[in-house]
Design a protein around this ligand. Structure first.
Ligand code: GLY
Length: 360
């Protein structure tokens, strides 16, 4: 079985990656010596496919319950967290119990947040079921919920005890979701791994179709290794961890101006990466590498940006983000494929030019 270790001192944990792992939960969790009851938190879509299987697996470990929330970003709210606290209390949950996040990024963030705060923190395990969650959000301990004033504004760094990645579950995703999630995979190649970049250049369409299990597994594992190493060096994002946000400066603004409804997160990141590649020319990325990078992202064929997007509105969304977080406008850009830098040397005028040239 493929294993990636996230080395964070007493908060260290393993990520197991292999097709069929959902059937092997008791042996995977044995070394954790889980005590108490198990509360699986999932959304209605994922629970309808995998809920019973995962519940049965955990019933071999202890007393297990399945709690579901509606699918979608709106579940990442304080009211949904509150409803889960109430259900946990009504079911007699206590500090020895364990929460399982079974689902995509929304569920991982929400269930992780509930685990981080219920009775000052109880153990939790991530079982991510989307590409995005398997390569990014389930690893590294960022958990949280949204606030009406912005996404992910309430949360914690709270590491899981274990991450179980079963690539077989990706077959129940629609292709749009797979393509969007693969934007984050391409991101890892850009920021850290020219060899992964070449693999993606050669095999992207096969990976989108999830055709070759060994290849898909190896790509997921590589992404987890990169993320684990970045998080090991900078768990709380005092510097380096920000490179994981390549394509996200514009991506977040694109999500905001489209009301978080039109684009999936990965789709916004894909467009953000195309623009960030263009801006990376200022850091020495060659024209040839910009084209190679943009061609790879374009092969994802993600949903296009809505027509008539106003560059000024995107700049405003970025400025709002910056003000709220009391930051300078940091950009993650590339000096070459596989090497990222953090810079604040990009003027709004340069951004506007790129936005105007590339929109649509
Ligand atoms: N998704 C970016 C991070 O975990 O830091």
């Amino acid at each position: 079985m493929n294993r990636v270790h996230v080395d964070l001192g007493e908060n260290s944990y393993d990520i197991f990656i292999q097709p069929g792992l959902l059937q092997e939960i008791p042996s995977l969790t044995r070394s954790l010596s889980l005590q108490g009851s198990i509360f699986i938190i999932s959304d209605t879509r994922v629970a309808s496919i995998y809920g019973e299987l995962v519940l049965k697996q955990f019933q071999k470990v202890g007393k297990a319950h399945l709690l579901t929330v509606p699918e979608g970003e709106s579940s990442k709210s304080i009211s949904m967290a509150d409803s889960l606290y109430t259900q946990l209390l009504q079911l007699g949950a206590n500090r020895k119990d364990t929460i399982i996040a079974l689902g995509g990024g929304v569920i991982g963030d929400l269930a992780g947040f509930v685990a981080a705060t219920f009775m000052r923190g109880i153990p939790f395990i991530q079982i991510p079921t989307t590409v995005l969650a398997q390569v990014d959000s389930s690893v590294g301990g960022k958990v949280g919920i949204n606030h009406p004033m912005g996404k992910n504004l309430i949360g914690a760094f709270y590491q899981p005890r274990l991450v179980i990645i079963d690539p077989d579950v990706l077959h129940s995703l629609d292709e749009r979701q797979v393509r969007a999630g693969l934007a984050e995979v391409i991101k890892y190649a850009f920021i850290s791994d020219p060899v992964l970049f070449q693999t993606l250049e050669t095999h992207l369409e096969s990976i989108i179709r999830l055709e070759e299990k060994t290849l898909v597994n190896a790509v997921l594992e590589k992404c987890c290794q990169i993320k684990a190493e970045v998080v090991r060096q900078d768990e709380k994002e005092s510097g380096l961890r920000a490179i994981l946000n390549f394509g996200h400066t514009l991506g977040h603004a694109l999500e905001a101006v489209t009301g978080y409804r039109t684009l999936y997160h990965g789709e916004a990141v894909a467009h953000g990466m195309i623009m960030a590649l263009e801006l990376s020319k200022t850091c020495g990325l060659s024209n040839q590498e910009v084209s190679r990078g943009q061609n790879l992202v374009r092969r994802l064929e993600v949903a296009p940006l809505p027509e008539n997007l106003d560059p000024a509105a995107i700049l405003e969304a970025m400025a709002r983000d910056k003000k709220r977080l009391k930051n300078v406008q940091n950009w993650i850009l590339l000096t070459s494929i596989g090497n990222a830098v953090i810079t604040n040397n990009i003027s709004p005028k340069q951004t506007k030019t790129v936005l105007t040239d590339l929109r649509g």
